[in-house]
Write a protein that binds this ligand. Sequence first.
Ligand SMILES: Cc1cc2nc3c(=O)[nH]c(=O)nc-3n(C[C@H](O)[C@H](O)[C@H](O)COP(=O)(O)OP(=O)(O)OC[C@H]3O[C@@H](n4cnc5c(N)ncnc54)[C@H](O)[C@@H]3O)c2cc1C
Ligand SMILES: NC(=O)c1ccc[n+]([C@@H]2O[C@H](COP(=O)([O-])OP(=O)(O)OC[C@H]3O[C@@H](n4cnc5c(N)ncnc54)[C@H](OP(=O)(O)O)[C@@H]3O)[C@@H](O)[C@H]2O)c1
Length: 288
Amino acid sequence: MFRRTHRNEPEFQPMNAFANEALADAKPAFPIPAGVYAETVTEVRHYTDRLFRFRMTRPEGFRFRSGEFVMIGLPNAEKPVYRAYSIASPSWDEELEFFSIKVPDGPLTEHLQKIQPGDTVLMRKKATGTLVADALLPGKRLYLFSTGTGIAPFASVARDPDIYEKFETVVITHTCRQLDELTYGRELVDTILADELMGEFAAGKLHLHSTATREGPDKGERITTLIETGKLFADLGLPPFDPETDRAMICGSMEMLKDTAAMMERFGLVEGSNSNPGTYVVERAFVD
Ligand SMILES: Cc1cc2nc3c(=O)[nH]c(=O)nc-3n(C[C@H](O)[C@H](O)[C@H](O)COP(=O)(O)OP(=O)(O)OC[C@H]3O[C@@H](n4cnc5c(N)ncnc54)[C@H](O)[C@@H]3O)c2cc1C
Ligand SMILES: NC(=O)c1ccc[n+]([C@@H]2O[C@H](COP(=O)([O-])OP(=O)(O)OC[C@H]3O[C@@H](n4cnc5c(N)ncnc54)[C@H](OP(=O)(O)O)[C@@H]3O)[C@@H](O)[C@H]2O)c1
């Protein structure tokens, strides 16, 4: 089985003394609730003042399909707050990776953003979700449309060799407000293509189209606009959408999902689920 971790990824940020102090509430001061995993943080990297990723140990026997999400929390209360998180690492990885927002005063992330290697993160035992290859009918090209932290499940899917056996072309689109929010996706794809094992599967098949809507050369152009005008396909050198051969997974805000799904329907794609596979699938990146 394909199983290893990515030690060749960029260095994570050093801890600072202030964060160390502020972190007291992320340490296991309360007993670990029954029926959840308690895992150890192995890496933390901050990208912007709103975004960070972390990696943690993977429980023995924990199984999930690439693209699924789990509920995570911190052992900082009698009844911890749990939130849904897409697992950003692929199903073969020995560790689990998450890509997270930092919401000011957010019940979970105001604390989660302070975690450091060695801290404990709680995880409920069941992974679930619709952004999985099983929910899609066979096709040639797979579009993974994401905005903001919606790229997280696709970081998992795009690192799974199975996806390159199922599709000739895999395109990740990542749209954020600001240019610095695109770093995670860019480094992800660079790392996949440079990796000795994953690179072999993904070479010539994996493409990234990342754009910012509030600054830079693509300002004002949402992914829906880029699809509508055909600029996305022209940029990638790919033909326009074809419902016979093209499949899509969509992950972003409610509004983004609504608009992008409506566009897929206009192209003739049909929404799928685990029990009834279709030609596109959707999942919320956050609740709003
Ligand atoms: C299926 C699913 C998968 C998810 N996967 C991820 C993930 O991989 N990474 C991640 O960071 N979050 C993810 N979320 C959102 C996550 O569950 C939490 O909402 C988030 O961690 C903030 O938690 P909080 O308790 O600090 O604030 P909350 O009370 O949960 O949120 C407060 C407000 O912050 C905003 N917000 C919350 N999450 C986000 C976000 N991700 N991006 C932009 N704005 C946001 C919304 O306006 C929300 O109303 C997912 C949500 C769902 C439903
Ligand atoms: N990103 C930030 O810098 C920032 C800072 C402070 C607070 N916040 C708050 O955090 C929350 C989430 O912000 P976020 O930036 O992570 O997510 P977001 O508002 O969903 O924006 C992420 C990307 O999705 C695009 N988008 C939004 N709606 C869309 C739609 N219907 N169809 C297609 N594309 C769409 C946005 O384009 P547009 O730019 O055109 O909207 C942006 O490029 C918001 O409530 C926001 O007010 C964000």
